[in-house]
Ligand binder design. Sequence first.
Ligand SMILES: C[C@@H](NC(=O)[C@@H](C)NC(=O)CCCC[C@H](NC(=O)C[NH3+])C(=O)[O-])C(=O)O
Length: 351
Amino acid sequence: PSLPAPDVAAVAAVHRTALSQGAPGALTRIDEGPRSYHVATGEADTAAHTPMDTGRRFRVGSVSKTFTTVVLLQLAAEGKIDLDAPANRYLPRPLPDERITVRHLLSHRSGLYDYTNDMFYNTVPGFEAVRNKVFSYQELIDLSTAKPLNNTPGAAYSYSNTNFVALGAIIEHVTGTPVATHYQRRILTPLRLRNTSYVHPRTTISGTYARGYLRQDDTTLPLVDSTEQTVSWAQSAGAVISNARDLNRFFSALLSGKLLPEEQLREMTTMVPVTADGKQSYGLGLRGRTLSCGTTVYGHTGTVQGYYTYAFTTSDGRRSMASLANTSNNGTVNTTLGATLDASFCGTDPA
Ligand SMILES: C[C@@H](NC(=O)[C@@H](C)NC(=O)CCCC[C@H](NC(=O)C[NH3+])C(=O)[O-])C(=O)O
């Protein structure tokens, strides 16, 4: 079934609303076969007054979780990891509950506490305390396991960055190779994602990029430029840098079966509802959203200081969209930006 054409005017209206709610800039790129649609609004750099453009790189936050999942599931397809084995079989130091499986980590059902709740309770002080820090996976896991599990392993969906830090530790312990190398060899090189990188613990973004601006908890105070940071607090859960074109290519390739064997892609896209209305779901490192027109799209969202990302594609990978607003700690902007999905895939302005 062919989708209605993207409503580019509606995307631009969503951007304008996001700017009115405090985002310095926004970009959306839609790719469908040889066609691409571009909408860029506001500024990529508020000091230099550089206009936003859709080619700029940015920190993608939890969209990184889907990259980590592709590596993990390729290892599963190679027989190196059993998704239903205890995660402890593959970790250098055990998690506190043997019942936690690799699949629980991939689907946010382990119960492991999310250490970022404490780390960023006070947004800017929390960020300033870690922006130049380098953590080991174990240090982050230890921050989590200092607190009790949220739930019995497998009993419930409970989003936690700890899950994907543990998966990064598993990938490196099982293969002896850094996650960065796996991203490069298994995803970035084959798909020619030349604007995507994993440069942890380097704090700078190379090439042409959008600067990110973190809103303070006291919203009357000016935005904080949060562009340079290690993102070591997230790593395999959130430290990838990319741009809209590369994200669209990544998700299109993933959903059209170019990155995983059928068996693993089926496991990844076996979705569990995570909202009462059933419109939002989670599979393995993958979010599902059913839009106002009934179309379900697959991808991930991302939040890292100064950057909100949406990156989604259709079930056949035919049409993909990536949107960025270069602010964060602003839930209104994050919700507003999500309306680019309806405009891009349903061709309507959901307002
Ligand atoms: C939700 C999102 N998750 C992610 O992208 C991960 C990597 N980010 C976080 O857990 C947010 C950390 C705090 C951000 C900070 N907030 C605060 O400091 C709040 N006190 C900010 O908004 O920049 C996802 O999966 O879509």
